[in-house]
Design a protein around this ligand. Structure first.
Ligand SMILES: Nc1ncnc2c1ncn2[C@@H]1O[C@H](COP(=O)(O)OP(=O)(O)O)[C@@H](O)[C@H]1O
Ligand SMILES: O=P(O)(O)OC[C@H]1O[C@](O)(COP(=O)(O)O)[C@@H](O)[C@@H]1O
Ligand SMILES: [Mg+2]
Length: 442
């Protein structure tokens, strides 16, 4: 993708004049293999050929501002009130991020107030102001042990003017939005309204998506927990299909436009024989179609396991009557049940009457608490978000990119979708592990 250095510059509200609580700790720090100084930058690219193809000098290469504490900060902590909101679908680790933000702001920055807005952007509107909760260390003490979000979440548009009125009335200086692509688009509408009114309010995003469909982030928080959950369902249908004559196990996993959960879950215990994802179209019929391949597998091995991402093969389903959810996301057809029906019909017709074990774990993979790895990731993102906000960055998200925590302009995180590259090494691993053909039906 063409990327200029200027596209990667994050917005700041102004000069940092206040001493940071971390000033002393940072006094002697310099960039090392394990630390990036605030005056240094992190490269976007990581291969020699891509760097060379950029054709610019080193200081002009696309690079990102490092995240982390600053020696000087923009907001005076004692006079700063902060808001937190979680929006969109659930994701393991939301509570860890909330907790990390509250702990960092309380224990190190000693800000005046931390407010939690309930039920997503709806909680920022006039008619829900009475439901705002004040957050302190006690309120967040054990919340990381639970899935979901203590603040609640929602889909659906809200009026940016109304929401900014709330921020102004409550004296909020920094708003942390923990949400996905839709939430970040909503957050940008907030920053535009804030800018238009000349207000001194920072909006910082912590990108959330179990589908791992946001760009400029190695892997989104909660993703590892979600695919680990999904793995258990694949193992179940594998065992069931092994014990049955002509056993067919099918698991449908979340992933509207990106098949990362399906790929990782399938790779994790290597029980899947076929993985179908939105990024790789397939045909069902014909000598190289999915049905014939499934049949061949059952003939040879007596059973088969198919993992399908919910957004896969949508072109095979009825397009008419498609509706959208409250946030404008297209509601998908049920590819899992469709495959179940087609495979059953096909195997019956070729005299291999199947025993089908179909599982759609759906919310069971995203409503759980984060695992230890994701919890660590969440708390580090939370710290980075707090530092960015207190340093006056705005319209900025904090991400981990090639294992460094960095700042990315909000616009870039919504600029395109992160998808499994059919020419990339992840998909190659899936093909290697399953033995399935690179394409079905040419
Ligand atoms: N283009 C947009 N402009 C403003 N708000 C948006 C936009 N897209 C989504 N939103 C709002 O952001 C919130 C979360 O969006 P949604 O798509 O449901 O989840 P996610 O943020 O996880 O993608 C919802 O309140 C939704 O109305
Ligand atoms: O039933 P809901 O809440 O709309 O959620 C379903 C969708 O939410 C997801 O978890 C993604 O949510 P987001 O769009 O909020 O990131 C998808 O995997 C799934 O399709
Ligand atoms: Mg989304």
């Amino acid at each position: 993708m063409t990327l200029e250095l200027d596209d990667l510059r994050v917005r700041s509200l102004g000069e940092c004049r206040y001493d940071s609580p971390f000033a002393e700790m940072l006094a002697t720090k310099r960039t090392s293999p394990h630390y990036v100084h605030e005056d240094d930058r992190v490269l976007v690219d990581d291969t020699v050929s891509i760097l060379l193809s950029r054709g610019v000098s080193i200081d002009q290469l696309p690079s990102l501002e490092t995240a982390g504490p600053r020696r000087k900060i923009y907001f005076d902590p004692a006079a700063t009130s902060v808001g937190i909101v979680t929006c969109g679908g659930l994701c393991p680790g939301l509570n860890d991020v909330i907790r990390g933000i509250v702990q960092e702001l309380t224990e190190h920055y000693h800000v005046a107030h931390i407010y939690g807005f309930r039920n997503g952007y709806a909680g920022l509107t006039r008619h829900q102001r009475d439901r705002v909760v004040e957050l302190d260390l006690r309120a967040v003490r054990d919340i990381n042990n639970d899935g979901g979000t203590i603040l609640g979440s929602s889909r659906g548009d809200q009026d940016p003017e109304d929401m900014v009125d709330t921020l102004v009335d409550m004296g909020i200086s920094v708003l942390f939005v923990i949400g996905g692509d839709g939430s970040m688009r909503g957050a940008m509408k907030l920053t535009r309204e804030i800018e238009a009114r000349g207000l001194d309010i920072s909006v910082i995003g912590v990108p959330k998506t179990i589908d791992n469909d946001l760009p400029f982030t190695d892997q989104s928080f909660g993703f590892q927990t979600a695919f680990a959950q999904a793995t258990k369902f694949i193992a179940s249908v594998f065992i069931e299909s092994q014990a049955a004559e002509n056993g067919v196990g099918i698991v449908k996993l979340m992933g509207r436009h990106s098949g990362f959960i399906a790929c990782y879950a399938a790779l994790s215990n290597n029980d899947a024989d076929f993985v179908l994802i939105p990024e790789v179209p397939f045909v069902l019929d014909g000598p190289d179609g999915v049905l014939r391949r499934v049949e061949d597998h059952v003939r040879r091995h007596g059973q088969v396991v198919v993992v399908v991402a919910e957004g896969a093969g949508q072109e095979l389903l009825e397009q008419e009557g498609r509706t959208t959810d409250a946030s404008g996301n297209t509601k998908l057809g049920d590819i899992g049940l469709f495959l179940k029906q087609k495979i059953t019909e096909h195997l019956t017709a070729v005299d291999l009457p199947p025993t089908v074990r179909y599982l759609d774990p759906s919310y069971a993979i995203r409503s759980v608490a984060a695992n230890a790895y994701d919890s660590v990731y969440c708390v580090r993102l939370a710290h980075a978000a707090v530092h960015a906000g207190m340093a006056g960055r705005t319209e900025t998200v904090v991400v981990r990119w090639r294992r460094r925590f960095v700042h990315v302009p909000m616009e870039l995180i919504t600029s395109h979708r992160n998808q499994v590259d059919p020419d990339g090494d992840l998909w190659m691993s899936v093909l290697e592990a399953t033995g399935q053909p690179a394409t079905f039906g040419g």
